[in-house]
Design a protein around this ligand. Structure first.
Ligand SMILES: [Zn+2]
Length: 337
């Protein structure tokens, strides 16, 4: 089916939209070009469970307090589900769990990634992180501005010291209904999404977004990884778990129908990107050189970091398929078809 959007407008400040009697949709602000994240409230017994929380900021915290005040009529929050460790999703989990004394539910890898990234950082990057930047052909300047910009700790409130672990294919009861936990790798190591067969509603997090594609990057932490291979495998599996006409409640943009179409569009996008890279690799190129050719606009240091990581994800997939080769010269990786 073609993509259909049952709600044309997002919820406004201090309010939520009822997706269903038992589901409310709110937004919290992000200080990025993508200026919002969708968060959801799901009826859970006498109260409401939270699905994704927003980035830690004064504005996002007051948005939560206003929505709780205006929409819940005194009903309590019961627990917090977080899809993955990115700051726009997990950022206010600690604050909500602590303020309302409620438990956190996450997958294991995402919980411990949150803890690890929230630990104090070294003042100087680890040698392998420096090597990643060198190999990619990124300038010293962009590395430095990236490091001075690194503030995961500010974007994420203090991480709760305990959590409830959710695993792939686990069935959990929320508000008397069965929800299926689905975990997938590629955008994050163990991204959690939740599907209710009874409601035919899917909380997709960043696993499925209607108009933008989630970042799939080779990160300095795992410089040899093939995250696009993981991401494409997830796209092969999800159509078997989710009906095409399920209502997708994504973390960004508008709710939509058309699961299978959108999954295929994302796969097509990555295939096209790989075709384009193959053509650009006729002469040996670094990941940075290729990234610059892929974008016709100037990227800031952080956007460039994500774009180089994404370019590497495509190159590593092509390497695994035997379609490109990688040669090293003066510590720099050159890819050629
Ligand atoms: Zn994310």
């Amino acid at each position: 089916m073609t993509l259909q959007y049952p709600f044309s407008e997002p919820p406004g400040k201090g309010s939520a939209i009822a997706i269903h009697d038992d589901i409310k949709w709110l937004r919290t602000p992000l200080p990025l070009s993508l200026n919002h994240i969708n968060c959801y409230l799901l009826r859970d017994g006498d109260g409401w469970a939270v699905v994704d929380t927003g980035m830690n900021s004064e504005a996002a915290r007051s948005q939560w307090l206003a929505v709780i005040d205006n929409e819940l009529h005194g009903a309590p929050l019961t627990r917090v589900f977080v899809t993955h460790h990115h700051p726009d999703h997990v950022g206010l989990a600690g604050w909500l769990c602590d303020r309302f004394q409620i438990p956190l539910w996450m997958s294991e890898s995402e919980y411990f990634h949150t803890c690890a990234f929230n630990a104090p950082r070294r003042s100087k990057p680890y040698w392998q992180v420096e090597q990643y930047f060198l190999q990619s052909g990124m300038s010293l300047e962009s590395q430095q501005s990236l490091y001075s910009n690194d503030d995961y700790n500010h974007m994420v409130s203090e991480v709760p010291e305990s959590y409830h672990r959710l695993t792939d294919q686990q069935r959990i009861s929320i508000g008397g209904r069965d929800w299926l936990a689905i975990t997938s790798r590629g955008h994050a190591p163990e991204h959690l999404s939740l599907y209710s067969p009874e409601l035919n509603i899917y909380f997709s997090g960043d696993q499925l977004l209607p108009k933008i594609t989630s970042n799939v990057s080779v990160s300095p932490t795992t410089p040899d990884a093939d995250p696009l291979g993981d991401w494409l495998s997830a796209h092969e599996r999800l159509p078997h778990l989710l009906p095409d006409n399920a209502l997708v409640l994504p973390a960004h943009q508008l709710p939509f129908h058309g699961v299978h179409t959108r999954l295929q569009q994302v796969v097509d996008h990555h295939e096209q990107r790989m075709e384009k890279l193959l053509r650009l690799c006729e002469s040996p190129q670094t990941a940075q050189q290729l990234t610059t050719q892929l974008f016709d606009r100037k990227l800031d240091a952080f956007q460039n970091f994500l774009a180089v990581g994404e370019c590497l994800a495509h190159l590593h997939r092509l390497l695994a398929l035997g379609k490109v080769q990688r040669n090293q010269q003066d510590g720099i990786h050159y890819f050629s078809s």
